[in-house]
Design a protein around this ligand. Sequence first.
Ligand SMILES: NC(=O)c1ccc[n+]([C@@H]2O[C@H](COP(=O)([O-])OP(=O)(O)OC[C@H]3O[C@@H](n4cnc5c(N)ncnc54)[C@H](OP(=O)(O)O)[C@@H]3O)[C@@H](O)[C@H]2O)c1
Length: 324
Amino acid sequence: MRAIICPEPGPISALELREVDDPKPRRGEVLIDVAAAGVNFPDVLIVQGLYQFKPSGAFTPGGEVAGTISALGEGVEGFAVGDRVAAVIPWGGFAEKVAAPTGAVVRVPDGMDLETAGAFNLTYATALHALQDRARLQPGETVLVLGASGGVGLASIDVAKAMGAKVIAAASTAEKLATCTAAGADAVIDYTTEDLKARAKALSGGGVDVVVDAVGGRYSEPALRATGWGGRFLVIGFAAGDIPKVPLNLPLLKGCAIVGVFWGSFVARQPADHARNQAQLAEWFEAGRLSPMISARFPLADTVDALRVLAERRARGKVVVTMG
Ligand SMILES: NC(=O)c1ccc[n+]([C@@H]2O[C@H](COP(=O)([O-])OP(=O)(O)OC[C@H]3O[C@@H](n4cnc5c(N)ncnc54)[C@H](OP(=O)(O)O)[C@@H]3O)[C@@H](O)[C@H]2O)c1
């Protein structure tokens, strides 16, 4: 099969497309013929050796795939050859075949094409876990989403709307904000030209209930300052690079909470709750309540270009690598 190989941590440009042996599914694994692999910011970080997981030696990056099961390892129950499935994995996804443990595999909902499925689970499951389990978002509350045209950002708009919230989307260009509006945002803020705190407070009538922050850097503090009494500030990621330090008098004065979100650990520690969330997402999708958006498709040979879209802050919606 063909696969993208990262010989060692370093620049994205050093990735190579190689012919390698097909993986063999071990006990408890299924072999997936990959149709599409979603591109996520952790892929950008892992290639450069900047993520919390560091594979040893050469490896294939790619954290989520969708495709068709072509073989079963020993002891696999509940899946069959020919099933349409998606999987979230630490790495290995930018390849024509992936062997994944069944615990990481879910069925693709009816009516969802495999490209969408390959770019759905990581961001949507993160958004649902963040908003439902961690923020306890209620219908009618207001959510401020930073980096709202990115993968986690757009999924957060979609999930928050499905939960009956009002969404204020913040992003860095007019084109990105147009994407957020198309995804259902009720109001938008360009945080490179507007006062994020003042605008978010004005748009929410005094303070937002929940902040979704997968960006970090200089936007986090003004967003925290825009929360109202009892607000919840969700710490999801640091795509901007800097991990911000915030004054701890802010949560005291606002009676608000700074809440960590680590979806990967949630999956490992609370598998039953994770399964419930997956079922929830599938049900919402099948009912037409979610509208995942793919903005760019790249063939496997152009995976470097796909990763660069995220690394260079150009993402507007989800990027997928297709096997063609
Ligand atoms: N905690 C968890 O469980 C969890 C799960 C999934 C992902 N994450 C994290 O969430 C973050 C976002 O992931 P994603 O896949 O949604 O990424 P993405 O699609 O690339 O979106 C990130 C957004 O961050 C903004 N940004 C600001 N400065 C940036 C910079 N220097 N470079 C790139 N983007 C920049 C961009 O929006 P603007 O240009 O509009 O500012 C961009 O749209 C990552 O840090 C990832 O590791 C965490």
